[in-house]
Design a protein around this ligand. Structure first.
Ligand SMILES: [Zn+2]
Length: 336
């Protein structure tokens, strides 16, 4: 009997998602390519972190792509003219419950880094119309107002779950930087309501003087209850250099945050020594970009998941979701 070489899950699944139709020589070069592209991404983001900017004019004074770009974020989304796509596929959250979060003060925000429970655990997303696997780089917050608004409604806080595309075959470093879907950000909106437990833990751990701490919460705790309905559009980072490489996913179902929690964020000294009372960018012109409202609750995948969960087979449904997202990716790749 022929046996495939043993590969440890979940790496085997990630491998399936990101290495379509590659010959053995390409596979041998995969670690080199991965390192090279990861460095390229980190250069963008270190440049990003080192760029000095302020929110004094809610971003209207930022230059470069921030000023000249035609696909900038955030935007005001009007859903009344948008048809709901009820054949959308759900997002698959891979190992979102297999990592805790370390929290750290930054110059303009508070940032959460995923700390996987064991070596080799990849935390990220697939499915949901995304081409391939995107690993979770970090999560950060915008407060006092959400950045995105929906149907004239803005929220009190917005969390950005920032994911980088896992490099795949035939992609050079230059192409990775320029790739229009190099980064996928999930936006979670918060409205006034009961206190968020994760934010409470963050307040407790950071206290008055701490600049970094470990939380007991996980990436999954940032997600709203319903992730089946989301808005999808192409845009940019919302801080300089405002690179136009982001596939945005905005969940329409909000979470809640208490007023005292946002007040704490507004008053907390950040790493540059002063608080940031508001850290959201003004909304940008849509410029005719397509905006889609996706509803995955009727999807075939969800029907299977529902049926199998009724039979108490959650592991099966996750496998089906990953398999279908891999097939979507392979099919899409072959038509490139
Ligand atoms: Zn952000």
């Amino acid at each position: 009997m022929n046996r495939a070489p043993a590969a440890r899950p979940p790496f085997a699944l990630v491998h399936l998602l990101v290495l379509p139709a590659m010959d053995p020589i390409q596979i041998a070069y995969y670690p080199v390519r991965w390192l090279f592209i990861t460095l390229a991404y980190s250069m963008i983001f270190h440049r990003h972190e080192n760029l000095s900017f302020t929110y004094a004019q809610i971003g209207s004074d930022w230059n470069g792509t921030c000023k000249d770009g035609q696909m900038q974020s955030p935007i005001h989304i009007m859903t009344n003219n948008v048809a709901v796509d009820d054949e959308a596929q759900p997002l698959v959250f891979v190992n979102y419950d297999q990592a805790t979060l370390d929290v750290e003060l930054k110059d303009h925000t508070i940032k959460f880094d995923p700390m996987p429970a064991a070596d080799g655990i990849k935390v990220g997303i697939a499915g949901g119309g995304l081409m391939g696997f995107y690993y979770l780089d970090h999560i950060h917050l915008h407060w006092s107002s959400s950045e995105h608004a929906i149907d004239h409604h803005s929220y009190k806080m917005e969390a950005h779950l920032v994911h980088f595309k896992t490099p795949h075959g035939n992609l050079t470093a230059d192409e990775a930087i320029d790739e229009p879907d190099g980064i996928a950000v999930l936006a979670v909106l918060f409205e006034w309501g009961s206190a968020d437990h994760l934010i409470d833990d963050m307040v407790l751990q950071l206290g008055r003087n701490q600049t970094a701490a470990e939380l007991k919460y996980q990436p999954i705790d940032f997600l709203p209850k319903n992730t089946d309905e989301y808005i999808r559009y192409r845009g940019s980072l919302t801080t300089p250099p405002c690179s136009e490489v982001v596939v945005w996913t905005i969940f329409t179902s909000p979470k809640t945050v208490a007023q005292y929690q946002v007040n704490w964020l507004r008053g907390r000294k950040l790493s540059k020594g002063v608080p940031e009372a508001e850290n959201f960018r003004e909304r940008q012109p849509v410029n005719g970009r397509p905006i889609a409202v996706m509803d995955a609750s009727y999807s075939y995948v969800n029907q299977i998941a529902r049926r199998s969960s009724a039979q108490n087979l959650p592991a099966f449904s996750v496998t089906v979701l990953l398999l279908i997202s891999s097939l979507t990716f392979l099919t899409a790749s072959s038509f490139r």
